[in-house]
Write a protein that binds this ligand. Structure first.
Ligand SMILES: Cc1cc2nc3c(=O)[nH]c(=O)nc-3n(C[C@H](O)[C@H](O)[C@H](O)COP(=O)(O)OP(=O)(O)OC[C@H]3O[C@@H](n4cnc5c(N)ncnc54)[C@H](O)[C@@H]3O)c2cc1C
Length: 408
């Protein structure tokens, strides 16, 4: 089958873009297809963890991101019911483990666009958009993808390997018949954005990342820089009842819940709001023959802890490293691709799924005795230097990357 030796990538989200850039930087020809005409300024990922900053720094991406983001050196868990700060975690405690002892609050589209700018200067990088991948086949020699081009015609493109970074609804994963077991949370999530400054002392003195527990209406409050760098605050709130999507995404409903969770100086000017269904799922395998899944096509999780994009970027860099070795004849695909699955799939379950579920459970606990115990236990971790170090190693995904890389 193989007419063209390049590596094909479906999807130019953060995962596809960074994998493609990594490969092209190593002189490996790559073509990325994306169905969208341009990067969408989605209100999705906004936290880039120390583990990911270390990787992106090696690729020259971080220097383009620092000027577009906010350094978040601490994050807090709060209890709105008892009106207290439960735990504050300071990345300074892991300064001996990372070159970046902070998270960077920077929107997903800035990560994609900064990487795309660097990649586009490389001769081996080819981004085709809007091109929609509609199918993929493979044999012993290569892969062939079918795409719909901008004029609506069908085209075939061949290559040696395919990275499916086409998001949670991955057409490639479905085409390969790879199961995506897990579950969908009963409640929907609303994300709403305002310019109102919750960081000021009279407005709660919030950090850039705050997880606020409450037995009935928990929330998360995150600051991002915004495109003009003047600052935006995003609240993430669950919609628990059986009201329609239309009702819970209405200005009135969002304003009421916003005010209930953050009663400082409402009404807030809501400049954006969106409704999501949230899933916890991990694909039954991350590789099949010459095709690998990476990012949301391989695993999805709730956004508490900001780990989906980070884990996806780690997948993308892990598989790109292996494809470079295969390309140069330094490793065998039949050994390295299954190793990718062992390293990344196992860790996605052990770290990202476990931590994101635990984060949600602690915020939403409604049994008053249990919630007090859980929140006090979290406070005790933050107050103990060794346990805090361990917690930060896990939540910043440094422990996950190290364990993955040590997995044979
Ligand atoms: C509210 C919210 C907040 C979040 N916050 C964080 C956070 O702070 N930190 C974090 O790490 N993660 C966070 N996440 C998760 C994060 O957004 C995702 O994990 C991340 O976008 C996954 O990247 P990806 O490249 O795998 O997929 P996507 O970003 O979904 O990109 C997939 C790309 O593939 C393209 N595509 C899809 N189908 C096709 C096709 N058939 N043909 C061609 N192209 C196709 C799409 O156009 C898109 O560009 C959050 C998510 C949500 C919903």
């Amino acid at each position: 089958m193989i007419a063209d030796k390049r590596i094909l990538i479906a999807g130019a989200g953060p995962v596809g873009m960074i994998s493609g850039y990594y490969l092209a930087r190593q002189g490996i020809p790559v073509t990325i297809f994306d169905s969208a005409p341009a990067t969408r300024p989605d209100h999705r990922a906004s936290t880039v963890h120390p583990s990911t900053l270390d990787m992106l720094n090696d690729l020259g991406v971080t220097e383009r991101l620092f000027s577009q983001g906010l350094k978040s050196e601490v994050f807090q868990f709060r209890d709105r019911y008892d009106d207290r700060i439960v735990a504050e975690f300071d990345y300074g405690i892991i300064a001996d483990e990372t070159d970046h002892p902070f998270a960077l609050q920077v929107e997903q589209h800035k990560v994609i666009n900064a990487t795309c700018d660097l990649a586009s200067a490389l001769p081996d990088f080819n981004l085709l958009r809007p091109y929609t991948v509609t199918g993929a086949t493979q044999d012993d020699d290569g892969v062939e993808v079918t795409v719909t081009n901008p004029t609506g015609e069908e085209e075939k493109h061949s290559g040696r390997f395919l990275i499916a970074a086409d998001g949670g609804r991955s057409i490639i994963r479905k085409e390969l018949g790879i199961d995506f077991p897990g579950f969908t949370w009963a409640e929907r999530f609303i994300i709403a954005t305002t310019k109102f400054d919750f960081g000021r002392p009279e407005n709660g003195n919030h950090r850039y990342r705050n997880y606020v527990a409450h037995p009935k209406q928990w929330c998360a409050l995150i600051k991002v820089a915004g495109d003009d760098m003047t600052g935006l605050w995003r609240i993430l709130i669950p919609a628990q009842g059986d009201e329609s999507d239309e009702v819970v995404s209405s200005e009135e409903w969002v304003q009421n819940i916003f005010t209930e969770c953050l009663p400082y100086n409402p009404p807030y000017e809501i400049i954006h709001r969106n409704l999501y269904n949230v899933h916890q799922r991990v694909a039954e395998t991350f590789e099949k023959g010459r095709i690998v899944l990476a990012g949301d096509s391989a695993h999805v999780n709730n956004p508490l802890g900001g780990m989906g994009m980070n884990g996806g970027i780690h997948d993308g860099i892990n598989i790109a490293e292996k494809l470079v070795r295969i390309w140069r004849g330094e490793g065998d695909a039949t050994a390295l691709l299954p190793q990718y699955d062992r390293q990344r799939r196992t860790m996605a379950i052990k770290y990202v799924q476990a931590q994101s579920i635990a984060n949600k459970e602690i915020l939403q606990e409604s049994d008053m005795e249990v919630r007090r115990k859980k929140l006090d236990a979290l406070g005790a971790i933050a107050a103990d230097r060794d346990r805090c170090h361990d917690y930060l190693m896990k939540s910043s995904l440094i422990a996950m990357v190290r364990e993955a890389n040590a997995t044979p």
